[in-house]
Design a protein around this ligand. Structure first.
Ligand code: PAP
Length: 345
């Protein structure tokens, strides 16, 4: 029986209190997964989340695809659920912190907030992963309102989410910075650039839309179009915009997830305090996020340290890896994909 209190707590605490609900990961879909098209080999050796399969037009690692297929069968979305959706490396960690801190701000003194002792990924969990590692029943045990993140494109969200009245916060980012951020992340996991493909090969794979959950342009466009149709249910945020106007975005987020700042809170500087708590500067310096031995769970036993989620946190760092020519080639292709959608970056 769960023993945590009614105060909203990090997902990790809920999981620990419900470890009797953890099941053996299912292999029920393995034969189907093995029948799907395998990604073309562009790089050697494989990076950590390969091999990937093409499932309904989306490239997904086999390990995570197992979780997605179970999730499609079992997830029962609630109208009160809040989903953070993003393409990997678009600002997931930041927005997890913001959503969790915003919605729990009245439950804790901010200098004793769980974000001081828990990585944002321990507070708000990655739902495809949880289903891949046998935590489907733990997901059901999370008290409402649940907060989870997904990297699924809108087209692959289960009907349970698309048809329920729940809210989705989507964050996207300049794809060039997504690419460079992913490159550094993979290097850390694999133990250095000499262990993975060259940056040129990595770039080429991204350009061809072969990254996990890619192509990135379909991912962004899917949520963009849906946010135009249902703006009250999908908040479409841009990483660079949050960097420029953090206070404005923090207020918008709070309003959207149903806990707007009161005038008294605004006068007391609570918005600024939440922004500060969730800033990369604050989070990166905390012991829980510095210790390379502390890691988030994965579906394939790869060590992903809490520290790997925090690097520069800037806009435009693509310039450190990419030539102007490479940048223009990627921009031109993505602008072409975005043409007529009203979306620009
Ligand atoms: P994920 O999808 O694997 O969870 P995600 O958090 O989306 O990763 O991306 C990590 C990026 O967000 C890193 O960007 P960089 O490599 O360009 O530096 C990381 O530094 C940045 N990031 C993490 N936390 C924050 C934060 N609090 N504020 C701003 N950027 C952040």
């Amino acid at each position: 029986m769960a023993s945590y209190s009614s105060v909203p707590v990090p997902y990790k605490i809920i999981e620990e209190a419900n470890n009797h609900l953890i099941e053996e990961p299912t292999k029920e879909h393995d034969a189907f997964i093995a029948s799907l098209p395998l990604e073309p080999i562009i790089e050697r050796p494989f990076t950590f989340d390969q091999p990937r399969r093409l499932y309904k037009g989306v490239w997904i690692s086999e390990a995570i695809l197992r979780g997605i297929l179970v999730l499609h069968q079992r997830l029962k979305s609630r109208p009160t659920d809040i989903y953070l959706a993003s393409f990997p490396k678009s600002g997931t960690t930041w927005l997890k912190a913001m959503i969790f801190a915003t919605s729990t701000r009245t439950n804790y003194l901010l200098d004793q907030h769980p974000l001081h002792t828990h990585n944002p990924h321990q507070c708000v969990t990655f739902m495809e992963l949880e289903f891949a590692i046998g935590r489907g029943k733990v997901i059901e045990a999370i008290p409402s309102p649940r907060m989870m993140n997904t990297h699924l494109p809108y087209s692959l969200l289960p009907d349970s989410i698309r048809e329920s009245n729940c809210r989705i916060v989507y964050v996207w980012r300049d794809p060039k910075d997504i690419l460079v951020s992913t490159w550094h992340f993979v290097q850390k996991i694999m133990g250095g650039a000499d262990k993975i493909s060259t940056f040129d090969q990595f770039y080429e794979k991204f350009y061809q839309g072969l990254n996990s959950f890619g192509p990135v342009w379909d991912h962004v466009l899917g949520y963009w179009k849906e946010s135009k149709r249902r703006p009250e249910k999908i908040l479409f945020l841009k990483y660079e915009h949050i960097l420029q106007e953090p206070i404005k975005c923090a207020k918008e987020l709070a309003q959207f997830i149903g806990c707007p700042y009161s005038e008294a809170e605004e006068n007391q500087g609570v918005v600024e305090q939440i922004v500060e708590l969730c800033s990369i500067k604050t989070l990166k310096d905390l012991d829980v996020n510095k210790d390379v031995n502390l890691a988030t769970p994965t579906a394939n036993n790869v060590h992903i340290s809490h520290a790997y989620y925090f690097r520069k946190g800037e806009a435009g760092d693509w310039k450190s890896c990419m030539t102007q020519e490479m940048a223009e080639r990627l921009d031109t292709m993505i602008n072409e994909k975005f043409k007529g959608s009203g979306l620009h970056f």
